[in-house]
Design a protein around this ligand. Sequence first.
Ligand code: COA
Length: 334
Amino acid sequence: MENKGPFNAKITSVGHYVPDRIIDNKFFENFLDTNDEWIKTRTGISERRRLDKELPTSYMAVRAIQDMLSNRGIGIEEIDLIIVATVTPDMMYPSTACIIQKELGAKNAWGFDILAACSGFIFSLTTAIQFIQNGTHKKVIVVGADKMSAIANMEDRNTCILFGDAAGAVLLEPTEDRDSGILDTIMRIDGEGGKYLYQLGGGSLNPSTHETVDKRMHFVYQDGKSVFKDAVKGMADISYEIMEKNNITADQISYLVPHQANMRIITACAERMGISMDKVMVNIHKYGNTTSATIPTCISEYWKNGKVKKGDYLILSSFGAGYTWGSILLKWAY
Ligand code: COA
């Protein structure tokens, strides 16, 4: 997307939060016909985190933001806008952004939620940079947070083993350097993919009733095979497209930061781009698919380990329910 504003947006801080409780693959062997070996080889997941039952998504988002703010050394009153990517809001409304704003005491911020499933963080980042690029906002938070354990059907071995709970946050600020920060974005949706991945119950089409509960309509449904096929192509193509469009070669890229849904999708995407696996950020083995949180938790962990440096080119890419998919090219600026 072309930037016609006076500024570029750059990420100036990152942070994340994962719950302490670890659920390993063996846990599922107790009540499902599955095993550690199948889960590891078919998905790349060894364990995932689970938030306490009584705690909401905002609990993790608040902690990820606090981590991010302390890494930058600024106070919450400086924040102008909070954008929350999630498919597991605390409730239908008010928005999770309002709940987070109150919890943090962000008295000078407005905010809203964005629903784009596994592409939620990428779509939210693309939305957030508009406010920075046009000069109207100086400090914008994007937080991706999902408590997937709240909507995972523990009787469905096809899906429940995939998901985990986590939150990751970034801070965006303006820069006059047009050669750094977020350089380009490509976003796509295709509603034809809606039939393969959804949560039917609780909306205006199927308001919550005893029947929607009995029919397990408040859980994730996924036709894994169809989504797998489309995700491999969608994510690989759009990641390659942003490289080509910006004349960036695989050698110049420091990191691919892919959505963490399945290790085989991640590998296929890296192969298509000609990027070796040591330049791919991965945490799926530890956390599973945390939906909106996969990309910011990856960046935060790698940054904290001193692996992300000023001037590094990163490509972020995702594919998720909708279908939604996208890629972002950025040059790390701090
Ligand atoms: N343990 C053991 N066997 C399992 C299993 C589990 N946890 N889950 C599924 N299986 C079985 C299936 O029932 C099927 O058995 P069948 O052949 O007797 O019907 C067999 O394994 C193969 O199933 P299939 O769906 O072909 O497996 P897969 O290799 O495609 O892996 C997913 C399944 C879900 C891991 C994979 O399809 C996937 O990752 N899909 C995309 C996820 C994604 O990208 N989502 C996007 C946004 S979140």
